[in-house]
Design a protein around this ligand. Sequence first.
Ligand SMILES: [Zn+2]
Length: 421
Amino acid sequence: MAAPYSSPLAAGLAEDLLERFLRYVRVDTQSARDRERSPSTPGQLELSRMLVGELESIGLADAELDEHGYVYATLPATVAADAPVIGLIAHVDTSPDAPGGRVQPIVHRGYDGGTVRLPRAATVLDPADMPVLGSKAGHDVVTSSGDTLLGADDKAGVAEIMAAVAHLAAHPELPRPTLRIGFTPDEEVGEGATLFDVERFGAACAYTLDGSQPGELQDETFSGVQVTITIDGVDVHTGWATGKLVNAARLAARVLAALPADTLTPETTSDREGFVHPFEVRASAGRAVVRMNVRDFDDELLERHVALVRRTAEAVVGAEPRAKLGFDVQPQYPNMRRHLEQFPEVVARAERALRAEGIEPVRVPIRGGTDGSLLSARGLPTPNLFTGGHEYHSVREWASLQDMASAAAVIVHLAEAWAAP
Ligand SMILES: [Zn+2]
């Protein structure tokens, strides 16, 4: 059965795209939390240097790696200069939530639609648990060997941009505005956009390629904050503790137990509902630190969730006058919608590009953030497009070559959609 490409253009881009993708995923670019420098890990620089070299050999002479580990490059326009400059962005790092070193990708040519058993760690991809995988019979499916993530998040996006840009550079007869390419580090640890040089990038708008299913066009993300609760107890040798010890670890456990468990958690909510997600507890008798992600699409509701956490912590810790409570709220990213609404053309032209590839746009809000959340707030409107990758941040991560090729083809159409006013 012939592999179902969405167009001859996608079919023509596929092999270059796959070659790049397989090369990029082999570089260990896992990012690290609580970073002390940018990028957080040296592997990211290795891939970024590789990308600069490849951009140069495609003909993007100004390709550069800046002091924070961001790659920037320009593909000049083939149409009159009044077309706006358009950005294409993907992140080079992979998630710290699953093993990410020594990725050995496997290409399952002409996937039969059944269960995929990977050679390591007894990892199984079962279409019964992953209906989207089951729908890709006939595709060339790429997986890891089972003991690492694949890194399609977001090397699929990186490879798609590279393949599309190589194609456009080799075809100056195709209409395109000036394209700016940006590859970012440390997206997975929430720092992808923080040191992004919006001025130097100089684009009117941009697109991240960091979604999943074909058609996804995301112009709405969660707003996110991180709450850190610090509880100081009174630590006394247990032999002399009578009437003196105040156990911070027990107080932290009580705060967590007092938070709603049947609602307002990631595991009990969906669609447009927000949540409170404690993801790290470090506790001793003397001191406990609890970190939580708080999310909602609606900023007012987000504030209410934070207020609930605060009231709960104050009630529990306040009942023990010898304990001390610290409460810190750090903004992480804002919902991009209110920033994108002012520039309807950004989404409209992406819809045009998707339809030019025969793909119907699917507008779903992202239950998370992207580089585009912060970039949009910083004045660079940046919605998100699909990449063809799935089951991110796990050893079951997989990607369809046919869908990745569709994404690369959509980039080529996007250039055309912005070439005319
Ligand atoms: Zn990503």
